[in-house]
Design a protein around this ligand. Structure first.
Ligand code: MN
Length: 243
């Protein structure tokens, strides 16, 4: 039922929220994602890494809906419309303040970072390949329901040196992806600077920073375990059946 005290004509959608270590919840405004931000993953996808080109250019961005998050180490239902669900383990930053008007200077960007986490940018790889071939948008490959499992968020004050952290994903106990945050092509401050040229960054935004090499399939019944160094962990299981 719509709240009779409001003028809403339908019930207001639930606000997506991510638990924060130490207590409380982080309400999600938007989810931005960065593509090809590790050279080894760009190569495995058949692209030349930006870091190996004469001009690094600008990062590639896409987005997921805020309610794509899955929290609390919950199960992830196998999505419809795909035979090729892929994992991409990624560092995640959570913004705790609005960016000031205009372009956010690189030197000021980290002041916006409230917390760190680890997430999966789940991808319908077959639909992405078809979209790439046709020059179509990536939305149906990236922005589907339950496509953004994310760990508890860890306040930035507790993360002394994020660029010393490693990123790992195992599936059914077997290592699948490994990377180091020092190998990001664009670091977090540079990503926030570039995003601010395109969007008004707000408190409540999550940014998935890109994945290292080793992306691969997830099948119904698979268990995944992701870690951002000793800072954050994410576990889950894929449920349901593939189409
Ligand atoms: Mn990704």
């Amino acid at each position: 039922m719509a709240d009779p005290a409001s003028n809403d004509v339908i019930p207001a959608p639930a606000q997506p929220r991510v638990p924060v270590r130490g207590g409380g919840f982080f309400p999600v405004h938007r989810i931005y994602c960065v593509g090809r931000n590790f050279a080894d993953h760009a190569r495995e996808m058949g692209a030349t890494p930006a870091s190996e080109q004469p001009d690094r250019g600008i990062p590639m961005f896409f987005a997921k809906p805020a309610d794509a998050i899955v929290t609390g180490n919950a199960d992830v239902p196998y999505p419809p419309g795909t035979n090729q669900l892929h994992h991409e383990v990624e560092p995640v930053v959570a913004l705790g303040a609005d960016a000031p008007p205009g372009v956010l200077p690189v030197e000021a960007a980290m002041e916006l970072v409230f917390a760190w986490g680890v997430g999966l940018d789940l991808t319908r790889r077959d639909l992405q390949a078809a979209a790439k071939a046709k020059g179509h948008p990536w939305d149906i490959a990236k922005g589907f329901d339950h496509s953004a499992p994310v760990s508890e968020l860890v306040p930035a004050a507790a993360v002394a040196d994020p660029y010393s952290l490693q990123l790992d994903l195992s599936v059914n106990g077997e290592p699948r992806q490994h990377g180091a945050l020092r190998d990001l092509i664009w670091n977090v401050a540079e990503i926030l600077h570039e995003l601010s040229k395109l969007y008004a960054l707000k408190a409540g935004d999550l940014v998935f920073m890109g994945t290292p090499a080793g992306v691969g399939p997830l099948r119904p019944g698979d268990r995944f375990a992701a870690a951002l160094g000793g800072v954050a962990t994410l576990q889950g299981r894929v449920t349901g059946a593939a189409v």
